[in-house]
Design a protein around this ligand. Structure first.
Ligand code: GNR
Ligand code: NI
Length: 173
């Protein structure tokens, strides 16, 4: 197992579109397991391959308190969307920022598991939000893209300031 580096906004590699997995082989299983370990270490509930600079349609999710109910999604596709709901979201690629995002409340989705079996299931609540958030990553999209232009501008300024401070700290140390 290996820990992977999680890219942070505004890294342009977060905007790349992930490619479909052709066959669920050992290299995909290794990537998925390394992503799971990275997600647990960083304290997230989901992680998409795009966030660790791998352009493959692979997602890991674990909503359990004990961090022992991993879900691996290969080539996930949403087949039905229903209703809408706002939830406060965060992202390991945008550390320290949380805001409300409106998404479908209920979804049906289809994916391959780590054995290459096709699974179809429904979700609502946090799992529905998480699956939508992670599939967005595979398409190069971040939750902050849904915010108003004013909020996006404020966030960019805040991050630039933070970065300047970090560079300054590195210089004086
Ligand atoms: O850890 C995470 N929490 C979270 C909370 C609300 C909505 C979505 C998420 S996903 C996020 C981890 C992450 O960045 N996945 O891409
Ligand atoms: Ni995210």
């Amino acid at each position: 197992m290996a820990l992977l580096e999680v890219l942070h906004f505004p890294n342009p590699r977060l905007r790349l579109k992930a490619q479909a997995v052709e066959s669920v082989d050992e290299s995909i299983r290794t990537l998925a397991r390394d992503m799971l370990e990275t997600m647990y270490t960083e304290g997230g509930i989901g992680l998409a391959a795009t966030q660790v600079d791998a352009q493959k349609r692979v997602i890991v999710i674990d909503l359990s308190e004990d961090r022992n109910e991993p879900i691996y999604l290969i080539n996930p596709e949403i087949t039905e969307l229903e209703g809408s709901e706002q939830m406060k979201e965060g992202c390991l690629s945008v550390p320290g920022y949380y805001d409300l995002v409106e998404r479908a409340e209920k979804i049906r989705f289809r994916y391959l598991d780590l054995d290459g079996n096709t699974i179809e299931r429904e979700a609502d609540g946090l799992l529905a939000v998480c699956v939508q958030h992670e599939i967005d990553h595979l398409d190069g999209k971040l939750f902050i893209d849904y915010l108003s232009p004013l909020k996006q501008q404020r966030l960019r300024k805040k991050l630039e300031k933070q970065e300047r401070l970090e560079r300054h700290q590195a210089q004086v140390l």
